[in-house]
Write a protein that binds this ligand. Structure first.
Ligand SMILES: [Mn+2]
Length: 323
């Protein structure tokens, strides 16, 4: 029996679920978590929702977001874990060990680099968002959606498609969105809240990020550098980092955009964006992962030598693209 069928059975038959999404939660992880949580509760299940780390302010208006827990919990290996939008268990942060102890782990995701750590895995890299997979599951479970489930799924799918601008957007995406819009959603208000409105510290940080840009390889690679110290000086939170890396790729003629975020003297976070290069593969060479046009990795060591290492790989993939 295919995992998807077994997952439907498990969701129908089990009584207790812990639903968990990844750290540094984004709209897809939060929206999928809230939608699926509310749907299962509506089916009479006992459900607790978890994210490692707090929910970004702009998503806190979503129904039930206040019910999401962030602390480690007592674990009973018989409780079914539903992990959403997480390519590997490391991304579960403090919940990793608890999840791995469970006898039943349902892994629902769309990252091409997903490690298939579940006892049941539903991984569909064709789906634009985990929210799209959740929509299909709820349809198969014959769950009647309501306005708040529809809004959570809308947020999940619209964020992971960059408001339907990214190339992961498909006809299927729009079919799903079309049926969600039947539930009296207000896409203008949602996109103003989720995409357009940013904090003032975000714009101050963006100014610093833009002035740090270096161009390489005939302006085909754009590199931004930020540090935790700089971020804190601007008053920006880690949420405010979201989306900044996109400004590298958006420069005319740039193929590959890189953001170096220096967390500490020995820790570096790297974000990749591209127009044609498969950056999930590039990130994979550096023990990271992600999507074809948006990926990243974390590295340990001193900044200058890590930067050299990343740039060497970046130059190599650009050369492969040209050849
Ligand atoms: Mn996602």
């Amino acid at each position: 029996m295919a995992d998807q069928t077994k997952i439907i059975e498990a969701l129908r038959n089990e009584e207790y679920f812990y639903m968990i999404s990844h750290m540094l939660p984004d709209g897809d992880s939060i929206g999928s978590l809230l939608a699926m949580g509310e749907a299962l509760q509506g089916m009479g299940k006992e459900v607790r929702l978890f994210t490692p780390g707090s929910i970004p302010y702009k998503y806190r208006y979503l129904n039930h977001s206040a019910k999401v827990e962030h602390e480690i919990f007592d674990n009973d290996p018989n409780i079914t874990m539903v992990v959403l939008d997480s390519s590997d268990v490391e991304r579960l942060g403090i919940f990793k060990d608890t999840v791995l102890k469970s006898k039943k782990i349902i892994n629902i995701d769309h990252h091409i680099t997903n490690q298939r750590f579940g006892t049941l895995n539903l991984v569909n890299p064709e789906a634009a968002a985990t929210g799209e997979i959740v929509y299909d599951l709820l349809e198969e479970l014959q769950v009647e959606l309501n306005e708040s489930i529809a809004e959570s799924l809308y947020v999940a799918i619209s964020t992971d498609t960059g408001s339907f601008k990214y190339e992961n957007t498909t006809a299927k995406t729009h079919r799903v969105i079309s049926s969600l819009l039947e539930y009296d959603l207000n896409p203008g208000a949602i996109s103003q809240r989720i995409f357009d409105e940013r904090s003032l510290p975000f714009y101050i940080l963006l100014k610093e990020a833009l002035s740090s840009i270096e161009l390489y390889e005939g302006r085909r690679i754009a590199v931004m550098t930020l540090s935790k110290d700089l971020r804190e000086r601007t008053g920006a939170t880690t949420d405010d980092l979201e989306g900044i890396v996109n400004y590298t790729r958006n420069i005319e003629g740039v193929e590959l955009g890189i953001l170096f975020y220096v967390e500490s003297a020995s820790e570096l976070k790297v974000g990749f964006r591209s127009k044609e290069i498969d950056v999930s593969e590039l990130a994979g060479r550096l023990n990271g992962g992600g999507h074809i046009r948006a990926a990243g990795c974390r590295m340990q060591g001193d900044f200058e030598s890590l930067k050299n290492k990343v740039m060497t790989e970046a130059f190599a993939v650009l050369k492969e693209l040209q050849s």
